[in-house]
Design a binder for this molecule. Sequence first.
Ligand SMILES: Cc1cc2nc3c(=O)[nH]c(=O)nc-3n(C[C@H](O)[C@H](O)[C@H](O)COP(=O)(O)OP(=O)(O)OC[C@H]3O[C@@H](n4cnc5c(N)ncnc54)[C@H](O)[C@@H]3O)c2cc1C
Length: 475
Amino acid sequence: MKEITMKNIRGKEIFLGEEPLQRFLAEVRGEVIFEHEDRYDDARRVWNGMIDKRPALIVRCAGPADVIASVNFAREHGLLFSVRGGGHNVAGNAVCDGGMVIDLSGMKSVHVDPDRRTVRAQAGATLADVDHETRPFGLAVPLGLVSATGISGLTLHGGMGWLLRKHGLTCDNLLSADIVTADGRLIKASNEEHRGLFWALRGGGGSFGAVVSLEYQAHPVGPEVWMAAPMYSMSKAESALRFFRGFMARAPEDLGALASLWSAPVEETIPESVRGAPVVVFLAVYSGPLEKGEEIIRPLREFDTPVVDLSGARRFVDVQKFLDADYPDGMYYYWKSLYLNDLDDETIKTLVAHATTRPSPLTSIDIWALGGFFSRVPADETPFARRNAPYMAAFESNWKNALESPVHVEWTRRVYKDMERFSRGSYLNFPGFGEEGEELLKGAYESNYERLKAVKAEYDPHNLFRGNLNIRPAG
Ligand SMILES: Cc1cc2nc3c(=O)[nH]c(=O)nc-3n(C[C@H](O)[C@H](O)[C@H](O)COP(=O)(O)OP(=O)(O)OC[C@H]3O[C@@H](n4cnc5c(N)ncnc54)[C@H](O)[C@@H]3O)c2cc1C
């Protein structure tokens, strides 16, 4: 490649000549992919088929040195860029139009220290990569529910999964992070060094630099756990959610759970007569002593007569893949979320009413039970402010036909707007396209927002890292 036209940080087109480009290419060990190449379309694609961005170049980093070179190159030439972890964010911020993608998805090594029960993973690892390495030691890091998700984005905005009530968010289990900051330094942020930055990384998102590796606390889990997965007819949804509320109020913290207003998937595991039928599903995982699990989850299975019940004891690594098939690459997705103030009867009624208008059977309204360890972390210990929310509702629109996109996006936005009267703040890993801008951030961070802006001013005063749910520098 001799020269290139691309966007600068202000969105204006600029010309990069052969000399600086060649100097940069010589510094990079990984692949650098340009628009004219056959592999370009594959390289720019992310999980959400809604996202169709065309970067000018994609740097598939082979290690931290490539990340440093990329950040320096971007800063020196004022280039627009984005950072890609697993590429699984619905908003598609991992890629950018006309700029450079610093793609970390090839950096996947995971190292477990079984004595200290710690895990160090490179930023491109997926949940599956981490679970695979921790399993032989009977350990797990609290991560999310679908194994193809990237650990980076998940951690930087929180990370909710089956172990949330027992061990907190993924970011609550972060011990340190190696990060390349806007000035091209590779530094370690932890409770000992760069403490302010470390605080910001535990929920504040990708605004502070390119994280190259993350160190986590792991916990003994499984290897087998009990999983509840009964499905009941949607006609029972209101009473099911009232039951769920009562059950979760007394449930042990070893139980992570959500209730989903959905349609039974069209899969072999589901009887033909039930496939596609509107259902309410209880999904719960008990990670306490195996012999107690069946008894603990029994009430969820006996609330009524299920139309199908997929409950059972499973290996935790298989539980982590239980939902994978429902979220294939390249389908169309638009997800928003709100922390519910309560799961009172009025909230339940409204959620169920909205669920009956879902424009796609693949779409769901998921009601995550919070509480436990999650709620005991003080609201200012991490940027994650809504520790007192008892439930979080995710409005997950999923569909197959691109032409229908406006209908699904409009439905999600309408439900979100209507549910705002029962809620405060969004979970930023389900942010739609982040279209509410600063209001979305203020709602999620509340009084932590100003501190995040101050940390941003210290580590990225010119806001180079802006291809994300962007926290602007104070002042
Ligand atoms: C199928 C599916 C299931 C999900 N389930 C859950 C769940 O159970 N629980 C949950 O909490 N969330 C869940 N999520 C949401 C998920 O946590 C977010 O989409 C998350 O952003 C994915 O991380 P990623 O690295 O793949 O994202 P990317 O799309 O690569 O990045 C997301 C954002 O983070 C920034 N970023 C990524 N990596 C870095 C880095 N190393 N340094 C700096 N910035 C970076 C990007 O620039 C971008 O702004 C799910 C998502 C999907 C697609």
